[in-house]
Design a binder for this molecule. Sequence first.
Ligand code: ADP
Ligand code: MG
Length: 261
Amino acid sequence: MGPDGSPERWPVIALSNIVKRYVMGGNDVYATRGVSLSVSRGEFVAVMGASGSGKSTLMNIIGCLDVPTSGHYRLDGVNIRDLDDRELSRIRNRKIGFVFQGFNLLPTMSAIANVELPMAYAGVPTKERRHRAGGALESVGLADRMGHFPNEMSGGQQQRVAVARAIVTNPSLILADEPTGNLDSTSSVDVMSAFASLHAQGRTVVMITHEEDIAAYATRVVRLRDGVITQDHHQTPVHPHESHLAHARQAEGSSALAGRP
Ligand code: ADP
Ligand code: MG
């Protein structure tokens, strides 16, 4: 069994010849032109590519926010083709934890209340919610910030709250779209060390980024160009404390990661 309790027999993501066509003023625009990609449990994949290469289209399809024009997609063994809108949103809530560039926290709620929210929707009892939300915040190094509101936290801390919110339902996949896009290098290191520890716990992460320094944390880099995969390679990820970003962070004169679990 995987860390999330699901069987390991099948890949988390199995995309087969995915084509997405848009019609614009009578012309066909192909956002993806036949993408095949398999991601196994426990992989940490960075999806890279220039603007317009099809990253968002692919992420929307992987995240069950959109369906392909043709091709097949199995998410954790479930064929997405067979699902209607209601079932799609159900599988999205159950199997995917999203992390967005802009954090998307509710400003009127404390960190722990934000993290509890997906469980409130799922009908988890209050006491268990609080317990699990606390555990998730601890795992991203925010045990001492549970009662803080978003405007009382740095960007990096807010994004780590969003990471805790994404993992608290124990999804099969964590899908992150430019998670450090709004952050300075100091905060980026904090957030990437949270992702690195998710990966160390055996979670599956797919992350869009256009920054090489951020992709360096992943164990696999997939590059897109004009709607096709042009490169797909495995790599040894950097550790947060030895990355270029960490050095930039030191140059900024901020305190080190020391003291965080
Ligand atoms: P990226 O996220 O890498 O910048 P996108 O997936 O957003 O790329 O877009 C890929 C291509 O598909 C681009 O040429 C874009 O203009 C086109 N495209 C994306 N979404 C739509 C849409 N809703 N309607 C028409 N064309 C689109
Ligand atoms: Mg995009």
